[in-house]
Design a protein around this ligand. Structure first.
Ligand code: DAH
Length: 355
């Protein structure tokens, strides 16, 4: 009997008695280790003549494949066995009672951001964010507000360095710049986020929230802006009709610029949106100034569009009858429990936003 055949029989005999992964590892080393029974056979090859070598190599390779396959399959068998044993011990008892309902609440500002995102995503806007720490260039200069422009004073800026090169963004408008610098038109985005101004009273907080909107494409005009805002306000306040008026205004980054008021009346001390003859200012908007497009390398001859900026906290106060802005940021648990929303009720347009 050839030596190779003997090695095979030897392997088969030992293999039959293997009962654990550890034993199998030992057997593997015995045959394939550095001085293993099969490994040493390969070393012999050099001393054979061409003819012998061919036959020997063929037999030896067959043996090697045979033994390797047996060992690998056996390893897999052991591993499956171990996993199955483990799974048996990890059964989940589906009859366990659920944990009592969590008391966490969604803050009205987060709720309103979710609502707004849902409304605008229905008409093709995507949600983009930008950093709170901004460069003076993105926050002002690129937005057509040069150094000596009076609009800079109105913003009561928190500067972060002596040279006034970095600041806490005073509005979400710099994200217009970031977006247009990065991509190619068309752009159709909304930007919710935190903004900062050195100002604090019942209706102003040093940190507050804004929503920026930007739509740049070919042939966009004021009519599109009006239609878009009209849709948004109706959806947001969940009313069929609203009264809206555009008042001429000025922002350095839009031309023409407007402020938008919505009509309301007071009923039993509460605000009813969409009726009555009182007016409430809720946002600023306009057609993006050609200088802003130029600064961001957008071809102002081909593309134009509108932008708007809304105070989110103000919208939340109006919709949910909250009358002091400061309470938003006092982290009073009782307040949050009263005004907060159920975390499992995610706002969607078709299910209703605020139910
Ligand atoms: N950034 C302005 C502010 O904070 C709001 C604003 C007005 C944004 C008009 C706009 C806009 O995009 O077109 O007062």
């Amino acid at each position: 009997m050839s030596e190779i055949k003997q090695i095979q029989l030897n392997f088969e005999e030992k293999f039959r008695d293997i009962s654990s992964k550890e034993d199998l590892q030992i057997l593997k080393t015995e045959f394939f280790g550095k001085n293993g029974l099969i490994s040493t056979q390969f070393k012999k090859m050099g001393s054979l003549n061409e003819n012998e070598k061919k036959i020997f190599a063929n037999d030896l390779n067959n043996l090697k494949d045979f033994v390797t396959e047996k060992i690998e399959n056996k390893f897999k068998e052991f591993e499956d066995l171990i996993i199955n044993e483990k799974l048996k011990g990890e059964k989940i008892d589906v009859t366990l009672p659920i944990r009592s309902r969590s008391n966490g609440k969604i803050h009205p500002v987060s709720q309103v951001i979710d609502e707004i995102s849902s409304i605008f995503s229905e008409i093709g806007f995507s949600v983009v964010e930008g950093p709170d720490v901004e460069s003076e260039y993105n926050n002002f200069t690129a937005l057509n507000t040069p150094e000596d422009h009076p609009a800079r004073d109105m913003h009561d800026t928190f500067y972060l360095d002596e040279k006034k090169k970095t600041l806490l963004r005073t509005h979400t408008s710099p994200v217009q710049i970031r977006t247009m610098m990065k991509g190619k038109p068309p752009f159709k985005i909304i930007v919710p986020g935190r903004t900062y101004r050195c100002d604090s009273d019942q209706t102003h907080a040093p940190m507050f929230h804004q929503l920026e909107g930007l739509h740049i494409d070919k042939g966009i005009n004021m009519g599109h802006l009006k239609g878009c805002l009209n849709y948004f306000i109706k959806e947001f306040f969940e009313v069929k009709n609203i009264k809206m008026r555009f008042r001429p205004s000025h922002f350095p980054f839009t031309e023409p610029s407007a402020e938008v008021d919505i009509g309301y009346r007071l009923k039993d001390g509460k605000i009813v949106i969409g009726e009555g003859d009182k007016w409430l200012e809720i946002l600023g908007c306009g057609m993006v100034h050609p200088n802003v497009l130029k600064n961001t390398k957008v071809d102002a001859k081909k593309f134009q569009g509108f932008a708007f900026g809304i105070g989110i906290d103000r919208l939340a106060m109006l919709k949910y009858g909250i009358n002091d802005l400061r309470a938003f940021f006092e982290t009073d648990y009782r307040w949050l429990n009263h005004y907060g929303f159920d975390p499992l009720d995610v706002p969607t347009n078709y299910r209703g936003l605020s139910r």
